[in-house]
Design a protein around this ligand. Sequence first.
Ligand code: SF4
Ligand code: SF4
Ligand code: FES
Length: 761
Amino acid sequence: MLLHIDGGCIMSGIRNKEPKAINLTIDGKSCSGIFGQTILEIARENEIYIPTMCYLTKTLPIASCRMCVVDVEGVDGLILSCQEKATDGAVINTNNDELFKERQNIMKLYNVNHPLECGVCDKSGECDLQNKTMEFGVSGQNFTTKEPARPVQNWGVISYDPSLCIMCEKCVRVSTEITGDEALKVKFGGYSSTIINVKEDANYKTLGEAAAVCPVGALVDTSFKYTANAWELNKIPSACPHCGAGHDVNYEVKNGKVYRVTNQAEFSTLCSASRYGFDFDNKNVKKDVSSFNRAVKAFENAGTILFSNETTNEEALIFQKLKEEKGYKLVSHEAKAYQEFMKAYGSITGKSLASGTLEALTKSRAVIVMGTRIHDDAPIVKYHLNMASKWQRARVIYMHPMEDGEISNIVTQFIKYEAGSEEGVSALLVDTLLQDIELPESVQDVLDDLDIGNLSAESNVGEEELEALRKSLIKKVGYSLVVGSDLYTHPRAKNIAKLLALLEKYAGFNVICVPPAGNAMGISLICDLDSETEGSTIGYNVQGDFTLSALGEGDLDIPALNQQEGTLTGLTKRVVPINVVLEYGGYVLNDIANALGLDAEYTINYTEQLPIAKGFKSVEFDTLPDYFDAVGTEHRGYLLNEVETAVDEVIEEVAEMDGFDGTVIYNCNPQEHFSPFTAKSKNLEQNAYLLGSQQFATAAKLTDGDTVCYTIDAVKFERVFKIDTSIKGTIALNPTFDMGLSTALLSSYRFSQVDLEKVGS
Ligand code: SF4
Ligand code: SF4
Ligand code: FES
């Protein structure tokens, strides 16, 4: 589809060019590949081993080590297979005496002055240098050079030992191309070349991703250093329960304690909450029969089950079945808001979920982000945004009431709108981008009736800003739209969803509706949720009249998400398994459900009963795959099936906007935090302050260090106020992750007008 607009045309969607097949011979084996692939990629796909030291599948080729050299018939000299594109008909040798010698010499050079510290090095047992030194028969250090003094550097979550560094640059590429913190750089200096951290003060926890790809012991997690040997740790595969992306994690355990989290860093990237927020288990729980009996009684008398996003798909299904049997109201605020939003969205697109993917986001040339502080809400999405910026030079248009300095390096246009004006802004966006598209009459009528001048004035989005946005999309191929939680809880969420869905349906945008953290997407698909409570409440990781809690503060203990089996459904639309990582000796929800009349031996008996009508598959838990193959294809759980929904295409007129006066705060957690479970993690320990600009402080008559009280959704906050010079404007940031069992009680729009009461200074 082509969108013709004045001054140019916008091509819609991600262009799927027909891939051109090529055939070549590698080590005598006929191999096929696709035009544009490198020799290394095709070799790997065809299960042919080529050694590498600096290659990292998820970044552009680094080409610094020369280990991947191959011989291409008819071509003089050795070729770097990691960066050389394969050609049709090529005949390639990956292994002969000359290549072996070349690689052996490289390994000898790596070992010049590399201290023989394997006995105490954290990488020992999983070190590429150790492995390849043996593979290429380098049995001694034949020559040395004078070693400059290079002290170990402590960079917060990681530490760097320059004497162990082989200058492969993987860490720099991850920091630049993937996480986008841009903290690590190469300081060139011949033999004294080293890696430097140019943003030490920022203390980025995303640097853990750089350590994860380091092939040697040069970059290691500070918390792991000198605590255990790799071979002593039992690796338990699971999925991260925090941010909602459900990434692959291996909890590495010894004697009932998690020592570290690792992942398939060659192919996937974790956010810092996954990597470091692993110590959130509910410890030392034993079966307490009288508390269990009280819990069963409380369920029998309750009218409502109130639950947080830290609920597996199977537990959500148990709640749904209990609702069907006993008539409970099921209340889970964030999941309900997301459910309603997606329902409205689907009434335009005819599909139950937005069709966007992170892979397509990475390939986008223009991305609009709206209604989310994406760097904090969904770090993984921010990483993909960064990849699009770095690899495609994507235009990134960030639309939000608050500027975010953490993404200013990738944002090409910031459009500030007034808090509360998201419906008007959505209408302006749609009107701008669908100008010359044929739309159903009912939709066109609504757009024709828009009072653009008024919407512009009320939202504070200038027509010239929209024009600049429109121009940035001209002739670009592949657009994405990323939206988030600000919109789901907005009083006009349904109409916003419908308006934005037009961009997917009629302009081919790759739309990602980032689900709230945890398993909000799974819950929204499985449960028939209610808005209001009725009768007495059972709280499940939420404060209720009777509370079941994995935080250790309730009437009955339940297991945390690293102490139970089950599945989660994440923003990638993948249903992934979680496993028991740490021991738990108490009761689980399934015990109560059985006491109430359901019948399942284990919670995971419900995995194959997840609702097929909502896209789940009837698959037994024990048969769910959980691995990446050699070329990085993910075989973890399964992808949800696409589900069709009824289409009505009824858009309402944009409602009058209610402006915000007085003191406005925005509920938003800092990047590593999502819930009381990340708050529990020692590695992620952080004070929760109300953060505002000097301008906010002046307007609210506050000084740095004052203690203030305010109430949102009947949840009372008492916080120290801090001035943050990186924040602009008159809205303050209010974290919620530390509010324990009250966290999930917050249900309203993320911007609130509050009365601040100063209670101390
Ligand atoms: S980095 Fe590898 S080779 Fe070097 S000391 Fe550590 S384990 Fe040994
Ligand atoms: S610190 Fe590790 S990843 Fe970075 S250049 Fe050195 S060896 Fe490579
Ligand atoms: S893997 Fe090709 S140069 Fe390092």
